[in-house]
Design a protein around this ligand. Structure first.
Ligand code: SF4
Length: 384
């Protein structure tokens, strides 16, 4: 296929595909899908070998958010039945992080719900970062605290944070349809603040919210323009109690095409399969490792993932290896500020339309959505 040969050549040279080429990946047929995965897989191996980076989420503060992101189980007034708790203490967060690291993760992602941190919150998270770093040698720490004010990124960097995550989520054109309480420009500004402070910038998307193929290509091109070190790809988890609860628009094949498109557009960037991996890729998860070089271990912020042990078995069975602390994630030419890769998020909600499978075709798999009831914020052991 000329398209795939062209995209492979461009990926190996870190050359930006055209929008038309990116759209063509999303429009490939099921018969072409393995060829698409094979071509994007060669690009993945060129820059990341067969390594899979494991990241571990610690939800520092759950629910109780004043914002209205329609995909999110923690949004204002959502009746989703998730765990709700306020800030974990530094030692509690460090113990949760240690469980993930013992399970094979090399990065810990500290996430808090909310529009953005107060300066007091930044001080609190800075204490947590220092505690985690003192107690866990070699750990990478990514913070994900919402919109940043001037100076806050620098303070987090000073406390030892390696990276900062803030997702664009969808295209600028449709952002106003999913959130009213802040803007796409606000999100771009925070990614730029993180970058400017020397933090490794992490920003990604949520697929399945009803976006078109053009929206998906727009947001991935915007992420490439921002030059983020990592791109988490969330597949909407349509939580009951959110406005997007009925949006079941993704099929495993659609998810693979999206991941392949992201790999072609961002060939040398850490592409992470984030929330919704088990739910939407299902038995195709191992194939997705040929496209992404990073996943979350165990549970997500408010929903449960498959057992951490199953994640490790899947990686080994598919012929990949878990990236170790003495291996640097990003290729040589991308190493600079921060630590060289990053964090993601959760994935939550919506979706309708686009060129993907329709809700009827995909089928609602509410049986695969489980609210997190263990780990941080509970007395039960974490899944790691
Ligand atoms: S995505 Fe973040 S800001 Fe938006 S509702 Fe959820 S926790 Fe709040």
């Amino acid at each position: 296929m000329d398209l795939l040969n062209t995209l492979l050549d461009k990926g190996l040279r870190r050359e930006l595909p055209s929008r038309e080429e990116a759209l063509a990946v999303l429009a490939t047929s099921d018969e072409q899908l393995l060829d698409v995965v094979a071509a994007a897989g060669k690009v993945r191996r060129q820059w990341f070998g067969r390594r899979v980076k494991l990241n571990y989420l610690v939800n520092l503060k759950s629910g109780l958010c004043p914002e209205d992101c329609s995909y999110c189980s923690q949004r204002l007034g959502a009746d989703t039945g998730i765990l709700k708790y306020t800030w974990l203490k530094p030692q509690e967060a460090s113990e949760a992080a240690a469980a993930g690291l013992a399970g094979g993760a090399k990065r810990v992602c500290l996430v808090a719900s909310g529009r953005g941190p107060t300066d007091r919150d930044v001080a609190r998270v800075s204490d947590t970062i220092r505690t985690i770093k003192e107690q866990n040698e070699g750990v990478e720490v990514c913070a994900c605290l919402g919109l940043l004010s001037d100076g806050q990124a620098e303070r987090l960097r000073g406390a030892g944070a390696d990276a900062y995550n803030h997702n664009l989520n969808t295209s600028e054109a449709t952002y106003g349809d999913i959130t009213k309480t802040h803007t796409y420009a606000d999100r771009v500004d925070t990614v730029q603040k993180a970058h400017a402070a020397g933090l490794s910038a992490c920003s990604g998307l949520i697929a399945g919210m009803g976006e078109t193929d053009e929206d998906l290509v727009d947001v991935v091109f915007a992420l490439r323009e921002l030059d983020t070190d990592s791109v988490p790809v969330n597949f909407l988890i349509p939580f009951e109690g959110t406005p997007l609860a009925k949006e079941w628009n993704l099929s495993p094949q659609r998810c693979l095409r999206i991941l392949a498109m992201v790999r072609f557009v961002c060939p040398d960037v850490e592409v992470r399969i984030a929330g919704g991996r088990e739910l939407h890729l299902r038995t195709m998860q191992p194939l997705a490792l040929h496209l992404a070089n990073s996943i979350f271990l165990g549970d997500y912020l408010t929903s449960e993932g498959q057992a951490g042990k199953a994640d490790l078995e899947m990686i080994a069975d598919a012929g990949f290896e878990v990236e170790t602390t003495d291996q640097v994630t990003l290729p040589e030419h991308r190493r600079g500020g921060g630590c060289g890769s990053v964090c993601g998020s959760e994935g939550s909600a919506p979706g309708a339309g686009g060129a993907g499978a329709s809700a009827d075709e995909a089928g609602a798999r509410t049986d695969l959505v489980a609210v997190r009831r263990r780990g941080a914020g509970t007395d039960l052991a974490p899944n790691a």
